[in-house]
Design a protein around this ligand. Structure first.
Ligand code: C5P
Length: 223
């Protein structure tokens, strides 16, 4: 398909999730939350008693994922349905994110999810959120944005979200979790987290979501 793609990559907590949702809504384009596919693969593996070290079985789980993204009327994030079960909240947990990043280091698991991601490229266009959207999945994307922020700022945002949700955590624990996840995503050999050569890098440290959105729109040429 030749539908245009806006690839938005970056570490967790950079504001990518919120900004890609807003971009997709504003443009009336499709949205791919590729991280959800890695989270769903990890969750489905656990549900099927597959060890997160069993690469052969993980590939089977990834290739046979029974998943649906159901749009909600108010333009809130889509509901995520795994084999008929609503797992929208469950895939957002720290444990699930950590498990996702463990299986995401395996090239064979990434390969098993590749075509499923490319299938989201449909008219009138796609906003793709991930780590390797501009480098691997959609190398021909018309616009590539690499959204980043300092680890401290990202930890702070995540901490506030967790507090608001009533989760009892310390800022230090959240920062440590972010550092571990960054380390794994940046240093893996399979599709490591890095800006594409032709990406526009936006540092969201100290910016509001509104400011980040307007910088992204400027990058897209819609400001
Ligand atoms: O973005 P999110 O936190 O949902 O992603 C969870 C994990 O999935 C990331 O830490 C990363 O290891 C992996 N991931 C990836 N490639 C993507 C999206 C996510 O490796 N395109």
């Amino acid at each position: 398909d030749n539908a245009p793609v806006i690839a938005v990559d970056g570490p967790g907590g950079s504001g990518k999730g919120t900004v890609t949702q807003m971009l997709a809504k504003k443009l009336g384009w499709h949205l791919l939350d590729s991280g959800a596919l890695y989270r769903l693969t990890a969750l489905a593996a656990i549900r099927q008693n597959v060890s997160l070290d069993n690469e052969t079985e993980l590939v089977r789980v990834a290739a046979s994922l029974d998943v649906a993204f159901e749009p909600t009327p108010e333009g809130e994030p889509a509901k995520v349905i795994l084999a008929g079960e609503d797992v929208t909240a469950e895939i957002r947990t720290e444990t699930c994110g950590d498990n996702a990043s463990r299986i995401a280091v395996m090239q064979s698991v990434r390969d098993a999810l590749l075509q499923r991601q490319r299938d989201f490229q449909q008219e009138p266009g796609l906003v793709a959120d991930g780590r390797d959207m501009g480098t691997v999945v959609f190398p021909n994307a018309s616009v590539k944005i690499f959204l980043t922020a300092s680890a401290e700022e990202r930890a702070h945002r995540r901490y506030s979200q967790l507090k608001a949700a009533g989760v009892d955590v310390s800022i230090d624990a959240v920062l440590e979790e972010i550092r571990v996840r960054d380390e794994r995503d940046i240093n893996r050999s399979a599709a490591p987290l890095k800006p594409a050569d032709d990406a526009q890098v936006i540092d969201s440290t100290g910016l509001s979501i509104k400011e980040v959105l307007s910088r992204c729109l400027a990058a897209v040429g819609q400001a």
